[in-house]
Design a binder for this molecule. Sequence first.
Ligand code: N01
Length: 536
Amino acid sequence: MLKKTADYDAIVIGAGFSGIRSLWELNQLGLTVKCFDAASEIGGTWYWNRYPGARTDCDAWIYILNFAPELIEDWDYHERCPSQEEIQRYLSRVVDRYALRKHIEFGTRIAAAHYSDSTNLWTITTVDGLSTTCRYFLPATGSLSVPKAPSFAGLDSYTGEWYQASDWPAHKVDFKGKRIAIIGTGSTGVQIVPKLAPVAKGLTLFQRTPNYVLPGRNYAIDEYQTAEIKKNHDATWELANMHPGGHALKPAGRTIKGVADADKIRQILDHGWERGCFEFSMETFDDCFLDPESNETVSEYIRQKIRAIVQDPETAELLCPKYPLGSKRSPCGHFYYETFNRPNVKLVDISQDEIALYEKGIRTGSRAEHEFDVIIFALGFDAGTGALDEIEVKGSQDKSLGNYWTERPQTFAGVLVSGFPNMFIVCGLHMPIGNQPVMLETAMNWIGQTICHMEKSNLAKINVTEKAVDSWSDHANEMWNSAFLSKHAVEHRSWFIGTNMPGRPPRVLFYFGGLPNWKSWLDSEIDSGWTNMEFT
Ligand code: N01
């Protein structure tokens, strides 16, 4: 018989999309559950990233939780790319609708999670030293949740205001008439620039590497489209589940090599550019990320667009990436390139220039001094392993997760780690790259079915075999290494591979084999009766 001596059956860390989804699933299974979150409200990434202009770049109709039909009827987003504020309202609504809030303890940061071989329980300890025990431990800590802190020389001497985009304050920041600097040209920086330029006295973007910014083409969703979204919901999700990146997009069914005619290629790319977001890069041609020459055709198309939009040729050229599209994650922008035509906006190239802060602003290596009232750091995240590295996670026989993952992060399909019994990772390392809410449904369905099986069969412990972890991790590495973009990602400091963190060796942190392949690994495990798992 199971000994149910734990404080809770399950503890979840994180109250974002994946934590909320976990809470619902565990509740359905009739388990007692507790969730801790360091924030003071729900939202996870959508709580912390409250910077001006924050919005998703995935289509609203697939940026939802999809565990119950009434959820779909209950909620209407109002924009194609919903804003941070609207997404947080949505998550809040879900939490309240299913009475999940009472399980969440806000303002509580977790410092350690230790497994005991003698009791089969996890002890979860807060930074204040308070401990709670559970049978199942579900870190839902996200894959892009630990901001890369600014470590620029002279930061302490700078006397103006400064903010980290992904740790944005709750109070309203007044930018009117101020001289603003932004450092970082990833999705975050690209969203902030056009938002603040109209209110700033001057806005300067410090760019180390230009990005391929796809047109966001956001629009308001009216009642007619809302009705259509609801009507098509099942078909949309079926499509998203078949797409490698979890987007409701169809393969183009054609390649650049196959079309060959330059005018026709341009016409198809023009059409994709008008539709915007990932429809441009993923629904125009199927060989864009597979074939270097086809990739160059699309990359050059975007460079031509930048040159056509940005009036100052020197600025336009600086904004043109010279590496292949897809080496870094492309942001979707909302009048990003157009913003550089404003007289109060300036681009400073720091590709060859270390920057430092001084009392009044930013000094580049060439000693040029730029004075600012406000500096915003949009430097990215310690991806994949960052959130769990911040917690002292120890599994069976005191095995340290941090040490185990240093050289080569290992999981079974991102959800289990050998030697860490009953720890189910909901959304972190080795998730397929793409639209996370869709991925999340697959992860949580699998975790839910596995826990349900354990409960029904009175099994106290699950541990994935080393062999299964090796074979999945080898597969994930192979998927990555076989992509022609992998070497460019390493070279250009992509968070895909963790080389955005100074001094880090490249490590495969995400799965590049796509959602359907990942799902088939997980499904076949259940279909085979969990053959790669040791149960006690
Ligand atoms: O981070 P990034 P992000 N000196 O890593 C620069 C998701 N997201 O927060 O490229 C100077 O992409 C760095 O320069 P370089 C989305 O998946 C989604 O913008 O290393 N510059 C780079 O330009 C996204 O991909 C949304 O040369 C430095 C930038 O900082 C992911 O989060 C919105 C530097 C970091 O770009 C990360 O995006 C926001 C230094 N020392 C985020 N260190 C949506 O729209 C770093 N940089 C859904």
